[in-house]
Design a binder for this molecule. Structure first.
Ligand code: NI
Length: 215
């Protein structure tokens, strides 16, 4: 029988104070994850973090350049958000992003038409909100974990509660038999080839409707 897999994903980094402890924890548990980075956060200071993530077997994807609500942008602005982020990821780490996560999970037809990457959402626990405790984040992720799903977390600056939560989440899910893989590995192990321009916001590998149930 195939193993149970989950794709842990982290948005809005890289930031030294959160991304580095997250990478330490992933390494401790031999876990891979996917980082949906913001182009504007890729600087001389943070480039080494991206290279380390890759060396650990993690994947680097795009979350736009400046985190705008892209449904409000012109076509040229949408394309610039994507291409500038691609350039910075490639310059920093020598790879191109294979997936895109829209800021605020806000999408429209123009974005699906113009952005040549599959769109990724995921099962989140509002971990961008300081009022959501580490305990609530742990509980939420354990409830939402299921084979083939994408989990949406944030390596936002100062998000120590998600780092604390991850310290419990990784061993708890490992004990339940989950392996942690990148988004690319998740689709590949499930035999799915996600295509761009499909108007699907993938929260699990086999999804065919635009939004997943039970988000
Ligand atoms: Ni974001």
């Amino acid at each position: 029988m195939a193993r149970k897999i989950l794709a842990l994903t982290f948005d809005d980094g890289p930031h030294p104070d959160t991304t580095l402890p997250i990478l330490d924890l992933l390494s401790e548990y031999h876990a891979a994850a996917t980082f949906f980075v913001l182009g504007e956060h890729i600087t001389a200071q943070t480039e080494p973090i991206l290279r380390r993530a890759l060396q650990q077997g993690c994947e680097l994807c795009s979350h736009s350049f400046s985190h705008p609500d892209m449904t409000q942008l012109t076509a040229a602005e949408i394309c610039a958000e994507i291409s500038e982020t691609e350039k910075r990821i490639e310059a920093a780490a020598g790879v191109l992003p294979r997936f895109f996560r829209p800021p605020y999970i806000a999408v429209n037809d123009a974005m699906f038409r113009l952005i040549p990457l599959p769109f990724i959402a995921g099962y989140g626990v509002r971990d961008y909100d300081d009022a959501v405790s580490a305990e609530a984040r742990i509980r939420g992720v354990l409830q939402k974990a299921a084979d083939g799903r994408i989990i949406l977390l944030h390596d936002l600056a100062g998000n120590t509660q998600t780092v604390a939560a991850l310290r419990e989440i990784l061993p708890a899910l490992q004990k339940k038999g989950y392996a942690f893989v990148t988004v690319s590995q998740l689709f590949s192990e499930k035999g799915i080839v996600p295509q761009p321009h499909q108007k699907i916001l993938y929260s699990y590998a086999e999804q065919t409707a635009m939004y997943a149930d039970d988000l």
